[in-house]
Write a protein that binds this ligand. Structure first.
Ligand code: CTP
Length: 401
């Protein structure tokens, strides 16, 4: 969301029932630091009053091309000149058809023709309408014209049917706008990311694992995708929904993670191992639940798992960049540099775990980056999303990239 700071976004509202959700989107964009202005169609004004948007954005809403009371005589052109991105939410079948055919017969469609920035359209309509051949054709046409489509979701519709046609969630729309505004500096790069914990089962109901939430790895995968990368995310069990537009492989054990990583690592340009892989697995596993024994004490033997990162680092392909993480409870610098060297890494992101604002389950992280050159970079406390972008920035500056 950082990319939205100081950006000029124009929110176009057309006449669909989901128009009532547009103020929520406006607030999300404002909270992220964007300046939002609003253009509405006449029909949209029947669903929601322009006054609502005026109160929220503190600026006049453009509804009419020939409205003498609007602050500028050619308001639609002025707005288009200033705007970094224009998003139409909700977009009816009618406005989609007009945009696909270059029709400019009201304030919103005329404004859209003048926009030079990114354009995002968020369809919302009855499921049968969304499935209609003409609508599909128009959406394909918009995509070909460099529009970004925030696909509607499936669910209960205003017409009391279930189907695909609900306006995409406002958070998802905001995410699409961020994606649209992001420079595609990872275009043509294949990026393999691992995330989350692994589980080493002892019997069908017991395993050893760790509290990794997967947030860091998912943030990296999402940031890399927004920057145009071809991303594969291999993840242990987490509660996070994987980002759209990536190849997602779900695994459970360290062995499954190793198999999938080695299968996909061969032609990867960048490998980032944010997963918290279990170093050991139970030597013996049981087909059925182990029953309580009479003895007060039992002993389990564990054997070592493959160190995936080390194997990748030692077999690095020419030009490939391998990045690891070091989760430590003490002696961060010493341990991180040791891992960097032993595993032949380009960068290692080290952090002290076990603190509330930095570590496994937090949304923020306080990391130190250690580089092959022997340099280190101490980073302040920041969101995992911000850290993800910094790691990708440093990778791109790495001598091998
Ligand atoms: N890692 C891995 N395979 C393993 C263990 C760890 O690929 N079997 C990777 C992790 O994904 C991480 C890095 O190695 O990127 C460091 O993991 P960490 O748990 O901090 O350290 P270990 O190498 O396991 O060493 P130790 O547990 O002794 O700190």
């Amino acid at each position: 969301m950082k990319i939205l700071k100081n950006k000029n976004i124009v929110l176009g509202v057309s006449g669909g029932i989901a128009a009532y959700k547009a103020p929520e989107l406006l607030r999300i964009l404002q909270k992220a630091g964007a300046t939002v202005r609003v253009v509405m169609t006449k029909n949209a004004c029947d669903f929601i009053s322009p006054l609502t948007f005026e109160a929220l954005c503190g600026d006049a809403v453009l509804t009419d091309l020939f409205d003498g009371s609007y602050k500028s005589a050619i308001g639609h052109i002025d707005l288009a000149k200033e705007c970094d991105a224009a998003v139409i939410a909700p977009a009816t079948a009618n406005i989609i058809a007009k945009l696909a055919n270059g029709i400019a017969d009201d304030a919103l469609t005329t404004f859209m023709l003048a926009v030079k920035g990114r354009k995002i359209v968020c369809p919302s309509m009855n499921d049968a309408m969304y499935d209609n051949a003409a609508v599909k054709r128009n959406i394909i046409r918009l995509e070909a014209d460099d529009y970004i489509i925030a696909e509607p979701s499936e669910g209960y519709l205003a017409c009391k049917t279930e189907g695909k046609g609900r306006l995409a969630d406002c958070d998802k729309i905001a995410d699409k706008i961020c994606e649209a505004l992001t420079t595609k500096d990872l275009m043509w790069k294949k990026i393999l990311v691992t995330a989350g914990p692994t589980r080493e089962f002892i019997d069908p109901v017991r395993f050893i694992s760790n509290p990794s939430s997967g947030k860091m790895g998912y943030a990296i995968a999402d940031a890399a995708r927004k920057r145009g990368g071809n991303v594969i995310l291999i993840s242990g069990p987490t509660l996070i929904e994987p980002p759209e537009g990536i190849k997602f492989i779900k695994i459970v054990s360290a062995k499954q993670m190793a198999d999938n990583v080695f299968m996909n690592a061969q032609d990867a340009d960048i490998i980032i191992k944010a997963a918290a892989v279990s170093d050991y697995r139970a030597e013996e596993t049981f087909e059925h639940k182990v029953k309580k024994a009479k003895a007060d004490r039992i002993t389990l033997n564990f054997c070592k798992n493959t160190d995936i990162l080390k194997k990748l680092g030692l077999n690095k392909k020419k030009g490939q960049i391998v990045v690891g993480f070091a989760a430590e409870t003490k002696d961060l610098e010493q341990n991180a540099f040791k891992k960097l060297e032993e595993k032949n890494l380009d960068i290692i992101a080290g952090n002290i775990v076990g603190k509330p604002d930095s570590g496994f389950e937090a949304d923020t992280n306080k990391a130190v980056l250690f580089f092959k050159s022997g340099k280190k970079e101490v980073l302040p406390l920041m969101s995992k999303d911000e850290l993800a972008d910094i790691i990708l920035d440093r990778i791109l500056k790495s001598p091998v990239a």
